[in-house]
Ligand binder design. Structure first.
Ligand code: NAG
Ligand code: NAG
Ligand code: NAG
Ligand code: NAG
Length: 459
């Protein structure tokens, strides 16, 4: 009985969704839309890191302004110029990386060994919280674009806990070294205090640096890399030992950092040390669609396909709608969903659980939207091209979206007299409505004679 009641509620939501859907067409510019966009469309990108070799920007999670809604993830965009390095750092949150363009080398500590993986376009990779890692774009000409999810953990509400080792100096995030007394540090590094000052205050040598030796040698990394290997190692040992003495709590991370730096500076050794037990990458582009019809396809990746997702507890998905098609209105009963528009334009409609329209927003490449759990929503491609979006969900378990419309939907499973009664129509009429849409999951264009429109005509 309880179940039936829940389903009844969902069906009610469905009908109000449809009504809202039509209403949305009529009042394109209403107030509600603006408010919804403020909450569910995350257009405000914050610069986390910006150097001439690259940037990391993100849309922030947290509580939406003036709302009870909590968004538990930051979505980050890392962009790196050819021949650049995102210097070793560790985060206190799990990270899921998706390579949108270009190729990368990622190194991180897996079970006390350095693991290096080559990432290519479409690859998904996870980096657990607390594991120091670096990213390198070794390509000569190609830029690297990565989209990543950063969970907001209970311990760290925000980005502030982001720790970047080694170099900072005015560029956020600051180097952990900057906190040490400069005299002690210059002794430890065996560099003059003026050299140290350069190390810690140079704006241009932020967390993402050019690696190419042809670049300006005032860049501390280029300078550093130009040194003899044994010198570098000696320096690094001192840095690392120094770090260990000063903050025993960080021992684990320092240990990792040492390994990473050694490997970075000693490539031949690195090849031998690559940890083969570490998780491999997963290519989303090569995956066969989990659903496909004439109107588009969708792919979903959960922990049963790619076990590293279990650690972060995230799912990943990719959808391609052909022009004019739509993802049928649905609800995620288990997860919060984030979407990033990769290509094309379209619309995202979100409905409050009480059945009023929350947002009906036009979206374009680069836009990020999020949909709270239990909120009905759909995505619609513009008529002039395909619409591709990628995203993360907050559950690594199989997320079974509940479709409200289409052949696999609640409309089909609940056609008894109770439901007809719930809407005050006879059963036959309900059946006609439920059967009008013959497709499922991805539905064809909404032209004037589309089944969806016909359904709405009843109301
Ligand atoms: C410090 O650097 C100087 C020259 O730069 C070198 O002669 C000396 O051996 C170094 N000391 C240590 C402990 O590495
Ligand atoms: C998405 O579908 C369109 C055709 O509808 C196709 O041209 C495009 O290559 C597809 N995108 C991907 C990533 O497969
Ligand atoms: C539905 O819920 C939203 C969000 O809580 C609220 O702003 C709106 O006024 C509600 N609408 C109705 C009709 O209750
Ligand atoms: C497609 O149409 C949308 C508006 O519906 C517009 O914003 C977008 O620029 C168009 N895209 C192309 C490639 O013409």
């Amino acid at each position: 009985m309880e179940k039936v009641r829940t389903l009844l509620l969902l069906v009610l939501v469905l009908f109000t969704t449809l009504v809202a859907y039509v209403g949305a067409y009529e009042e394109e510019e209403n107030e509600q839309r603006t408010q919804g966009e403020k909450w569910f469309l995350l257009r405000h990108l914050h610069n986390v890191v910006k150097t001439d070799a690259g940037s990391m920007r993100m849309v922030k999670g947290g509580y939406r302004w003036g709302s009870y809604l909590h968004s538990p993830m930051h979505i980050g965009f890392i962009s790196m110029e050819p021949n650049s390095l995102f210097i070793p750092q560790y985060l206190d949150s799990d990270l899921v990386l998706f390579v949108h363009h270009g190729e990368a080398r990622v190194g991180h500590i897996y079970r006390d060994e350095l693991a290096e993986r080559h990432l290519k376009q479409g690859d998904v990779y996870t980096i657990p919280a607390g594991s120091a890692f670096y990213l390198e774009n070794g390509a000569e000409e190609q830029r690297l674009h990565i989209i990543c999810s950063i969970d907001i953990t209970s311990e760290s509400m925000g980005w502030n806990a982001f720790q970047s080792y080694f170099i900072g100096g005015g560029v956020h995030p600051a180097s952990i070294l900057a906190g040490f007394d400069h005299n002690t540090l210059s002794t430890a590094l065996n560099v003059s205090t003026s050299e140290l000052k350069t190390l810690l205050t140079r704006q241009s040598s932020g967390p993402i640096v050019h690696l190419s030796s042809s670049h300006d040698h005032s860049n501390i990394w280029s300078k550093f890399l130009a040194q003899e290997t044994h010198q570098k190692l000696a320096h690094l040992k001192r840095i690392v030992n120094f770090g260990e003495e000063s903050s025993p709590k960080e021992e684990q991370s320092t240990w990792s950092l040492r390994k990473i730096l050694f490997t970075l500076l000693n490539r031949e050794d690195a090849v031998k040390r690559v940890n083969h037990e570490a998780p491999s990458t997963y290519n989303l582009y090569n995956r066969n669609p989990d659903f496909q019809n004439d109107y588009g396809w969708s792919k979903k990746l959960d922990e049963s396909d790619y076990s590293p997702l279990r650690i972060s507890g995230n799912g990943v998905y990719l959808v391609n709608l052909s022009s004019g098609s739509m993802m049928a209105p649905h609800v995620n009963p288990r997860a919060i969903e984030y979407g990033v528009v990769l290509k094309g334009t379209g619309r995202v409609q979100i409905v409050y659980p009480n059945g009023t329209l929350a947002m009906n927003a036009r979206v374009r490449e680069g836009d990020v939207f999020w949909v709270p759990r239990y909120f009905p929503f759909c995505q619609i491609a513009s008529n002039n091209g395909s619409f591709e979006f990628f995203g993360f969900t907050t559950s690594a378990r199989r997320n079974r979206p509940q479709f409200l419309v289409g052949q696999n939907s609640l409309m089909q499973s609940l056609r008894g007299p109770e439901f007809a009664a719930a809407f005050g129509i006879d059963q036959k009429r309900l059946e006609t409505i439920a059967n009008a849409q013959r497709e499922q999951v991805i539905l064809p264009s909404s032209s004037s004679d589309s089944p969806l429109r016909m359904d709405i005509g009843f109301y």
